[in-house]
Design a protein around this ligand. Structure first.
Ligand code: MTE
Length: 324
């Protein structure tokens, strides 16, 4: 197994994820009868990569974005270094090990790319990624990102609020939810295996999707998104566990019913539809009270809604232990 190490890390990436969690996910895959596939995929390591596979986009490859404004929404915390944000990833279509997406996601073709917006709306349509990039002024938001596994990062994301984009397609009165789908193409994602039911799917209530914090990221650190981070467009939902922030989106659908979501289908008792960061509701197999920032040795307390209390009114009256 290949693990990229940053010299300043006091510990290895596999140790940053609490060991119980790390092995817990492996056990979970094994319980699904898929562990062998996942382990085999990571055991393949470099030797398993298709020869001549394009390499992931390097940091300097993309033209810098012209950003309209920059907002620090992470309380002046230093952002996690670019190298770490782009080499410690969850993108199971490219492998289950944290180092694999950076290694293998170069096979993802992000041009041409079309986003379809359909369902309960009066103006369904398709939009190409380069037109999407020009729709709204691009802004940078520095957000905290908390993975359900217990690690976290601080990232300057570039893009625009999700709400104004959705509004252009005129959701009608039947639209109560929004469903998101990732591209799934086994030719471009030869390391995906059978670990999860593909395509990767996520969903939000419409009012959550319209909340000003819900963000569509097209870049990070002022550059186009690297493939391993979900190029060419992904959600960024800083108050929810990271698995809600679906990558490489090809389809958005307004629906009347709550859409099915990948991790909820896979393990409904462990991964809820809401997935709001909540130190008061433990994962059945590990505590959610604390987290470890990548690159830090000691854990810190996890905050309700990941420290974004402005979303609390979305959930007033809901028992967050039931609607987890
Ligand atoms: N989107 C897709 N399509 N596939 C995935 O495996 N992983 C999720 C989320 N979006 C995932 C995904 C999880 S578990 C997390 S924590 C974040 O992406 C990780 O984002 P990052 O790799 O940019 O830190």
């Amino acid at each position: 197994m290949l693990i990229r190490l940053k010299p300043q890390y006091p510990i290895r990436p596999s140790e940053i994820t609490p060991e119980g969690v790390y092995h817990g996910r492996r056990r979970f895959l094994a319980q699904l009868g898929l562990g062998a596939i996942g382990l085999a995929a990571s055991a393949c390591g470099k030797a398993g990569a298709p020869s001549g596979a394009p390499q992931p986009q390097a940091a300097g490859d993309s033209a810098g974005f012209k950003l309209d404004k920059r907002t620090d929404m992470a309380g002046k915390e230093a952002p996690t270094p670019y190298e770490d944000v782009t080499h410690y990833n969850n993108y199971y279509e490219f492998g289950t090990d944290k180092s694999e997406p950076a290694e293998y996601a170069g096979t993802l073709r992000t041009r041409p790319w079309t986003l379809a917006v359909e369902g309960e709306c009066d103006a369904p349509g398709h939009i190409g990624i380069d037109d999407l990039l020009k729709l709204f002024p691009l802004e940078e938001r520095i957000y905290r990102h908390r993975c359900v596994e217990g690690w976290s990062i601080v990232v300057p994301w570039d893009g625009f609020a999700l709400g104004p984009l959705l509004a252009r397609f005129k959701p009608n009165s039947k639209a109560k939810y929004v469903a998101f789908t990732t591209l799934y193409d086994p030719k471009q994602m030869p390391h995906a295996g059978g670990v999860l039911p593909w395509p990767y799917r996520e969903g939000l209530r419409l009012d959550e999707a319209m909340h000003p914090l819900a963000f569509l990221s097209l870049g990070l650190y002022g550059k186009a998104l690297p493939n391993q981070n979900g190029a060419p467009l992904r959600l960024t939902l800083p108050w929810k566990y990271g698995f809600k922030s679906i990558k490489s989106i090809v389809r958005i659908e307004f629906t009347q019913q709550a859409p099915q979501t990948t991790w909820n289908i896979s393990a409904p008792d462990e991964y809820g539809f809401y997935a709001n960061v909540n130190p008061g509701v433990d994962h059945p197999r590990w505590s959610q009270k604390t987290e470890r920032r990548l690159g830090e040795l000691f854990k810190r307390p996890t905050l309700l809604f990941n420290g974004y209390p402005e979303v609390a009114s979305l959930y007033s009256g809901l028992d967050l232990r039931t609607y987890f």
